[in-house]
Design a protein around this ligand. Structure first.
Ligand SMILES: [Zn+2]
Ligand SMILES: [Zn+2]
Length: 186
């Protein structure tokens, strides 16, 4: 189970039928395979990090509950957390070197979401399992958890369908997309 944090419901649901969750059959072997796969992702992150950021990567345990990870990450303090945020493509400070987060709890929460966005997930549009890697630029991001979308034809078609609406400026908040996990809980 992903320990995603679920926030307020999105204000706009442009395509009702896209919000009907699909529940694939629950298989035990699949749960174990995903557990192993998460360890692989964490191993890749460890290999890609320098010692400061690595302290935070090591503090995160995919088998732990969100609250435990949050507590352990916060305990890493500012410098390692900022190094880890940069590794994950989050900007912890602006050009004037001013902090872009209110406290270490918020920064830790973003880091957890960014790590979990690298885990395997199902695509609700094409039903395939996919995973985004560090440095990938998925066409859409989940409104609630930062998970990136699949880059499949179904998603591309959805993007094209939205394009005239976005171009017309009728959707100031942009396209609302929810990942499979957030959709299940919404
Ligand atoms: Zn897909
Ligand atoms: Zn999500």
């Amino acid at each position: 189970m992903d320990q995603r944090k679920h926030r307020e419901a999105p204000q706009m649901q442009p395509e009702k039928k896209a919000l009907i969750p699909h529940s694939p059959p629950f298989e035990e072997g699949d749960v174990e395979r995903r557990r192993v796969e998460k360890k692989v992702v964490m191993g890749e992150l460890l290999n890609n990090s320098e010692p400061t950021a690595r302290r935070v990567i090591t503090a995160y345990n995919p088998d732990q509950k969100y609250k435990v990870n949050l507590k352990n990450l916060k305990a890493c303090k500012a410098a390692p957390l900022e190094a880890c945020a940069k590794l994950l493509g989050l900007a912890p400070r602006d050009e004037d070197n001013k902090k872009l987060y209110q406290n270490l709890g918020i920064l830790s929460d973003r880091i957890i979401l960014k790590i979990e966005a690298l885990f395997e997930i199902d695509c609700d549009d094409c039903k395939e399992t996919y995973r985004n890697k560090l440095g990938d630029t998925p066409p859409l991001h989940c409104r609630l958890c930062l998970q990136g979308s699949h880059g499949c034809e179904a998603i591309q078609k959805k993007l094209e369908a939205y394009k005239p609406i976005v171009d017309a400026g009728d959707t100031p908040t942009g396209i609302v997309w929810l990942c499979h996990e957030c959709l299940k809980h919404s």
